[in-house]
Structure formats: structure tokens, C-alpha cells
Design a protein around this ligand. Sequence first.
Ligand SMILES: [Zn+2]
Length: 446
Amino acid sequence: MKLVIDGARIWNGASEFYDKGTIVIEDGKIEAVLAGDERDRYKPPAEARVIDGDGKLAIPGLINAHTHLYSSLARGMALPNYSPHTFTQILEQMWWRLDKALDPSSVRMSALVGAMEAARCGVTTLIDHHASPHAVTGSLAAVKDAVNKDVGLRGAFCYELSDRDGMEIRDEGIEENLDFLASDDPSDSMSTALFGMHASFTISDDTLSKVAERIPNGAGVHIHVAEGPEDEEQCQSEHGMRIVQRLDKFNLLRERSILAHCLHIDEAEKDLVAESKAIVVHNPRSNMNNAVGVFDMEGFLKRGIPVGLGTDGVGSNMLTELFTAGILQKVSTGDSLAAGFPDLQKILFENNPQIASRLLGAQLGRIAPGYAADIALFDYNPPTPIDAGNVLGHLLFGIAVHDMHVSDLIVNGELVIGSGRFVNLDEDALYARAREEAASLWARIS
Ligand SMILES: [Zn+2]
């Protein structure tokens, strides 16, 4: 059945803007974007579902290039004896306590809540990094089901392998990643698999050798790199080399590999990342919240490295994340011109779609014929002129600053949110269940 969005303001994600346009969607793809006379002549077929786009702004569905849905039920959680002074202590005192308490039911609920909140923010693709060391086996299928089936978003999934919970759980992590990679259907653009690893400092050479031996050709890894300064320090003292060199030694810098953070890597490591064509994902609000450092945005972009944007579990509001990415560069360099609109637009609206398209094998990130029909619609009545040249200003200083949620969200041609409500989910009932799930999860945390 055709889906038609009629009469919306449309930004195609690049240089085209229509004050009044019609988007025709069929079989998960955008069939046509019509304006002017063409639009006047177009009559949707009687059986088409038509969304009235009047007063709405349509933009390409947003992509969160690094997140942790498992953290969704941590909101408001009180942790006794929480007083971290280093990044490793933040992990030990919070996230590793939480992930150890996750069971299959809370894994699924965390993913469901995280994906619903992402959808409300206009996100249509999530690149997730999952950990639940006492519920490893089958966890990726559960997260995938919540994201793909329950909510209807696209996702890239992996399990966060590490040595920190002992060899038995490590081995389970290896098998979970491999099983999920083996079950991946390359023709399904709603889902894909990566091989997840926590970080260099929680992975021994023995573990890395096992990964290197068994990871399929062409598969990528998804790993935190030099998020805190400790990661590099440990790598140099323990392994006599820097992290990116270590990953390279095990042949894990690949075109499908995602290196999250990369805050403390040096210039030679950046060159090596550029050469490998691996992906780097910046997570400004998480970095600020953990006080771990400032990303060298210019240094990565000038090397042509595909720098994407993620939230690292701090929600999924990609427009407010982008806003923060900009002001963080300005305040940290003392230069109000740092991270200008072209760089910001490139990161969220060129690089993130390229990253997700590379992983999922779909054409994502544009409202144009032939692209996947992933579209976010906001009720947005601009009080100032809007066009292709200033639409990013409206997204950042209008929609992001005012924390606006989507009115409608379309993923793969399917309506996920319509007129502000989830089409296939009872949000109030699910949130009531989530509160119960969170309460029992918190009670299990030691
Ligand atoms: Zn992360």
C-alpha cells in the first residue's frame, strides 16, 4: 500500500528544500518527492494512506551511531557508595553493577523503552552495544526483537565482550556475537550484526586472538577506544603499544568497525584509523558527563575519517546531541567559530547515514527517490524564514533547543508513530510495566 505525506515542508537532508511537497512511499522506499506543478497534478490512489503534512517539517530519519539500550532503566537509580574519581570507577560503581543485574526480561524491557524514546526523537536507526553478563546467550535476539519488531526501528547489534566477568562469561560473549553474526540475513536491511567488545583494557591478548581467529571475513567490531585516559595507559604498559596499533595487530580495523570515543588516541593512531577506513563515533554529552575529555573533531574530519555521532546511552535525541557537539567544541577551543554548521551537518546528516547504510546495506539519510523511506515529521511552524541554507539552524535552535518530539515517524515505509502516538504499542501500559521491571532490577543491584 502506498503511503503519502502530502503538503509538508521537506528537507531532503542535503541541499534541497520544498516549502510544500508530497512524498510518495511504496515497498519501504521513497518513490517520488513532488513539488510545484508535479505535485498539483498528482492524485494519490484511493487505497493510499495519506498523512496530512500541513504545518509539518519532514527530515530524513535520524541515526544514533553508538548507544547502549541496556542503560534505559537506570534513570533515577540511586547507587549506594557511588563516588567515582576516575572513568574506570564510573564503570565499576555504576554500569558494571547495573549490567550484572540484567536478566532476560529486563534486557528486553530496556531495549523496548530505549527504542521507543529514540523513536519519539525522530531516530529510525540505532547502532547498539549491549552488555548483560549474567544473561548473555540470546540477549542480542531479544534486543533485536524489541527494536525491529516491537518498535519497528532499524538496528545494528553486538554483544560487549570482555574479560571482566571471568573466562566462562567471556566465552559466552564470543559465542553470542558469532551466533548472532551467523544468523544475520544480509538481505534484511532492518538489522545487522557487529562483533562487540568492551574496550582494550578489559580484553587480554588471548581474547583478542580468539576474536581475530573466529570473526568472519568482512565483519566489523564495535568497541570503545580510549574513552578514558586509563585505556591508553594500560595498553602501553601492558602491551607496549597504543590501542589502535593493538587493534591493527589483530586485524580488527575494518571498514565495518566502529571505534567509539577515540578521545586519547595520538596523531599516528588517527592516521592509522584513516588508512583503515574504520568508523569513529563521537559522543559529546556522555564524554562531558564522565569528564573524560574533548574529541578532536577537526583532527578526525580533516583526515577524511567517517566521524559519526552517538549518544552512548544518554537518550537518543540526536539533534540536542548535535547541538552539544557544536557548543562543546566552541567552549573547549575558546573559538565561537569552531564546529560550524557545515561540520555539524556532515556528521549527523552525511556521515551517520553513510555509516548506517554501510552496515545495513540500505540507502539511508535522504528524502529522495530510491532511498529507504525513513522519515521524521515534526509539527514545526517556523517563526522565521526557512530554506535549504538555514534548515540546520531551525533544527538546532528550534527543534533541539525546544526539545520537540516527532508527530509522525516512518521507518522502512511503515508508520511507527502517527499523530504523536505509537501505532502498534500501548505506551502507557508498557511504561507501567517498565517501572515494575526497573524497580526489581534496582533491587538486584549489589
Ligand atoms: Zn559506549
